[in-house]
Design a protein around this ligand. Structure first.
Ligand SMILES: [Zn+2]
Ligand SMILES: [Zn+2]
Length: 124
């Protein structure tokens, strides 16, 4: 692992935070002033491919990266776009259930909740 990649990985370790490539770039640049956005982006793609971070495919158009590898879901505010973690615990083993009911070999799943965050609820 290159130093650049290690720094990027370190800057991703903020519990409950989900960052765009640009936000990661802003953080990493404080430590590696000469790094380019393209390099950050390329390393984020590699890190997600080798399973060190997760690339989130959420609605709303923003591509976010997640340093938290524990199984969890996400809820997205439909008003401001804020993304928060939702613990997966209460939902049980969805993939086993889907496999049983569909007779597919399940490889993965995506689940996203939509809602209105606390701050936006205040504005209503
Ligand atoms: Zn909101
Ligand atoms: Zn997350």
């Amino acid at each position: 692992m290159t130093r650049q990649r290690r720094v990027i990985l370190e800057e991703m370790q903020i519990p409950g935070k989900h960052l765009t490539a640009d936000e990661v770039y802003q953080r990493v640049r404080r430590r590696l002033p000469n790094i380019s956005l393209g390099t950050v982006y390329r390393n984020l793609e590699i890190l997600s491919r080798i399973g060190r971070i997760k690339k989130l495919h959420l609605g709303g158009g923003r591509k976010l990266y997640d340093g938290g590898l524990h199984l969890h879901y996400h809820v997205r505010c439909v008003k401001c776009g804020k993304v928060s973690d939702v613990p997966a615990g209460p939902f049980g083993d969805l993939e086993t259930a889907a496999g049983k009911t569909s007779e597919f070999k399940i490889l993965g799943h995506q689940l996203e909740f939509e809602g209105i965050c606390k701050e936006c609820q205040k504005d209503e």
